[in-house]
Design a protein around this ligand. Sequence first.
Ligand code: PLP
Length: 412
Amino acid sequence: MTMRDEFPVFKQLVYGKRLAYLDSAATAQKPQCVIDAVVNAYSNINGNVHRSMHYLSDQATQAFEATRIQVKNFINAKQSKECIFVRGTTEAINLVASSYGEQNVHPGDEILISGLEHHSNIIPWQMLCQKKDARLKVIPLLPNGELDLSRLDDLLTDKTKILAITYVSNALGTVTPLKKLIDRAHAKQAVVVVDGAQAVPHLKIDVQELNCDFFAFSSHKMYGPTGVGILYGKESLLNAMPPYQGGGEMMITVTHENTIYNEIPYKFEAGTPAIAEVIGLGRAIQFIEEVGFPFIKQQEQVLLHYATQKLQEFPEIKLIGTAAEKISVISFVMAGIHPHDIATIFDQYGVAVRGGRHCAMPLMDYFGLPATVRISFGLYNTMEDIEQMLHALKEVIRVFKKQRISKYQKEV
Ligand code: PLP
């Protein structure tokens, strides 16, 4: 049995073709064990968590809280109460911007992000800056898609209250020098929020070793269900922060005049959470751990290097983002052919990629591009997927050459 066989989605043909799924950076496919865990949660232990006094509620609560312990171990947090269930990376970052930002960012303060960021790690900070009359600064890029750290001393100042930075770029695959940036930010007393959405499926995360203050990620990018993600935060910071939303379970007592809030993590988990999905995330973590990061890294690097090398053989192709340290993503453009057209033709050949701006419009602006084609890998990808993509690419070139010739013939 191969890794691909663990994923039922690959049993089907698309347009009669084998599916080469090269869009894991958008969302990863789910192994049968994760699907089974979600089905089992709904079939056998469906009850609300932390409230009702009956068997099903108790079973659901146990499974839900067991996932929190798995998450703690997975990212090596000190304590499981530092791991908050949210809807995803987007909500995790918004939570920090709203709650921590509300309390700690003041007029004249600065928030530093980078030119690589996904909109989820730009807009919440922009909103906060507008509200607080603070300033958003940006670490610029180098033409190869790495961060230009030559001006970091000017950018990271005593006014910097928050550094919000991605670990891995979703559009280019650049891996940022995270530990170094965290240490530099801490030297200026800034807290560091890490967007780990694209890192967690590929790299072993150790939040204690990184010493980041917050770390956000999404279950659906790491073979788990949609609708759930994690905000890790250091206990002392989370304890001092006001709740993000009010509602059930985030309180201890409520009168019409006042509310005494619950402890962390529950203070930040108002309302009924995505219970079955959290349980599915627990199974996804187990799955990743069984496969192991050494295998994942080795497999994905082989594919990354092979595909990069093959794409470079096409004179029509320009790779966007060639950082020395990059993982799992290749972005490219082709002269005279819009990325949407490439992605649409790829699709007809069973090759799923993303053609677009990748929720990173400022990054596209930096490269002066409307969009790129993005190939991204997961642990189920094989050389066959690359070959299928290369075949589709040759078809794209053939189709467009033919179109150009017939256009030329019409003109003369
Ligand atoms: N940050 C990065 C780097 C991402 O790639 C994504 C999703 O593509 C997000 C944040 C947002 O994640 P979600 O949509 O799961 O909240």
